[in-house]
Design a protein around this ligand. Structure first.
Ligand code: PLP
Length: 381
């Protein structure tokens, strides 16, 4: 089956009792058993829920994975992966990634005795000096949030395999429409389904997709023991969002390409970070491992003062000033004070998340209207 068909059908059969074509929202906490421990596979809704089962099967299918596990947020999915580790273990993580992941690693797990090394992974070999017998996990994001850096997943996976280290890839930005990390050798794929998979800015959800049955058992144990599970309504919303993901992603990417080119030559813009440009340092790798460059980009204004940034960000009418990304509506975000505020300023400046950096999540509105909106806002800068 191809992606578009999987998105609409995988894991989803008409409801056997009524024929309902949409997976019902099984809003129940428990399931009646025929005799003690004799049941239809469902006991208690923290452990299993049929709406979640359908979603997990669909999620697995779209990443060409054997298993999918669904969580109450993207961060909860990341948290479950880190819970595979014990004090003393070490992780090598990308130095430019989602601020909430950085916060979870440094503020929750570092004090518990897990050590994190943050490394620029533009060249995968740069992780080698940090590998030792305690290294258990490599965590990467590609493209990264917000600088759109690209990391070669196949190369990184080869280094991890050689050293028996798990490789987890946060595939939120690319989505399975553009990139499939498991096919490139990763062990675990994590998504914030809050973003493109759900796609309508109406649900918080996260997931993990993987192929190894033993690892799946350990993660399932963590999922039910720690309890960060999504409710059935949330699962339903993600299932419904997924059905149009391929159509939405195509529109995001088409609008993204036009807007990136418009911004690149705009006199008030210093720089546009978008992997579709030939002079983007990761362009060749992006071309190799992604099917599309997508609708996420970051820009730096020539006038990088707080005032100029604020004028631009409060002048757009269609691009709404908000955290998050990947919904049908366009959003504009200031990483330094919003999504990435939990990263210390010195760290932010070092990697390029400067005061003048603005991130755009290009939605699927009419592109001419989006271009007009940006044109008008840039006149105010
Ligand atoms: C939003 C986001 C997360 C966290 O997901 P939540 O659903 O907000 O918990 C993780 N990684 C990336 C790249 C994100 O954009």
């Amino acid at each position: 089956m191809k992606l578009a068909t999987k998105l609409i059908h995988a894991g989803q059969e008409p409801d056997p009792s009524t024929g309902a074509i949409m997976t019902p929202i099984y809003q129940t906490s428990t399931f009646v058993q025929e005799a003690p421990a004799k049941h239809k596979g469902y006991e208690y809704a923290r452990s299993q829920n049929p709406t979640r089962t359908a979603l997990e099967a669909c999620l697995a299918s779209i990443e060409n994975a054997k298993f999918g596990l669904s969580f109450s947020s993207g961060v909860a999915a990341t948290d479950a992966i880190i819970k595979l580790l014990v004090p003393g273990d070490e992780v090598i993580a990308a130095d430019d990634m989602y601020g909430g992941t950085y916060r979870l690693f440094t503020k929750i797990y570092e004090p518990m005795g897990i050590r994190f090394h943050f490394v620029n992974m533009a060249n995968p070999s740069s992780i080698k000096p940090f590998i030792n017998e305690k290294t258990k996990l490599v965590w990467t994001e590609t493209p990264t949030n917000p600088l759109m850096n690209i990391c070669d997943i196949s190369e990184l996976a080869a280094i991890c395999r050689e050293n028996k280290i798990l490789l987890a890839v946060d595939n939120t930005f690319a989505t399975p429409w553009s990139q499939n990390p498991l096919d490139l050798g990763a062990d675990l794929v994590m998504h914030s389904a809050t973003k493109y998979l759900g796609g309508h800015s109406d649900v918080i959800h996260g997931c993990i997709m993987l192929n190894d049955p033993q690892l799946r058992e350990r993660l399932y144990f963590i999922q039910k023991s720690c309890g960060a599970v999504p409710g059935p309504m949330d699962c339903f919303l993600v299932l419904r969002g997924l059905k149009t993901m391929h159509v939405r992603m195509k529109a995001h990417a088409e609008n993204g390409e036009k807007i990136a080119h418009f911004l690149k030559v705009h006199p008030k813009i210093e720089k546009v970070y978008w992997p579709g440009f030939e002079n983007h340092p990761g362009h060749e790798i992006a071309k190799k491992q992604m099917r599309s460059f997508g609708g996420m980009m970051s820009i730096v204004l020539k006038d990088g003062t707080k005032e100029a940034v604020s004028r631009m960000m409060t002048s757009t009418k269609l691009f709404a000033l908000a955290e998050s990304l990947g919904g049908v509506e366009s959003l504009i975000n200031h990483p330094a004070s919003m999504t990435h505020a939990s990263i210390p300023k010195e760290e932010r400046d070092k990697i390029g998340v400067v005061e003048g950096l603005i991130r755009l999540s290009v939605g699927i509105e009419d592109c001419d209207d989006l271009l007009d909106d940006l044109k008008n806002a840039l006149e105010k800068v």
